[in-house]
Design a protein around this ligand. Structure first.
Ligand code: ZN
Ligand code: ZN
Length: 145
């Protein structure tokens, strides 16, 4: 757990007048320590015993707040299974097609592609998304046995 990240996040929440609650704090802490790009359901299950009165909707509402202030990124997959990423620096994702694991992958930003896309299409490009798919080392091992 990188404590300075939690402190930074708490400070930026403070500056946006977002009220801190124990649940909100726990969700944030979980997100920042998780490298797994959890879903709202994953977070709910992880904190269920600590906060028996908390609902999945509460988790979602908090994630929306964190997203609005730029603390997390939402990776949408066209259904309700959005994954949340507390790593808001530029990076790409490698995704296991067997177990769904998402691993951060650093590669020099493909800014040239954005520039070229603007040139060719006349769009004002704001972002891009690239995902790499395959089979993670764990799943490859499972197959061998
Ligand atoms: Zn896998
Ligand atoms: Zn990520």
């Amino acid at each position: 757990m990188e404590n300075h990240r939690l402190e930074d996040a708490l400070l930026s929440l403070k500056s946006t007048k977002v009220r801190m609650t124990p649940q909100r704090h726990a969700i944030l802490e979980y997100l920042l320590s998780a490298r797994s790009h959890p879903t709202a359901d994953d977070i709910y299950k992880a904190l269920e015993t600590k906060f028996p009165n908390m609902s999945v909707a509460t988790v979602y509402n908090n994630l929306r707040v964190f997203k609005e202030v730029g603390l997390v990124r939402e990776l949408t997959y066209g259904d309700s299974s959005s994954r949340f990423d507390s790593n808001t620096t530029d990076h790409y994702h490698v995704i296991c097609q067997d177990c769904g694991k998402i691993v951060d992958f650093h590669y020099p930003g493909l800014d040239e592609v954005e520039t070229l896309a603007e040139h060719v299409t006349g769009f004002k490009v704001t972002d891009h998304r690239m995902e790499i798919y395959g089979e993670c080392p764990e799943c490859q091992n499972h197959q061998k046995h």
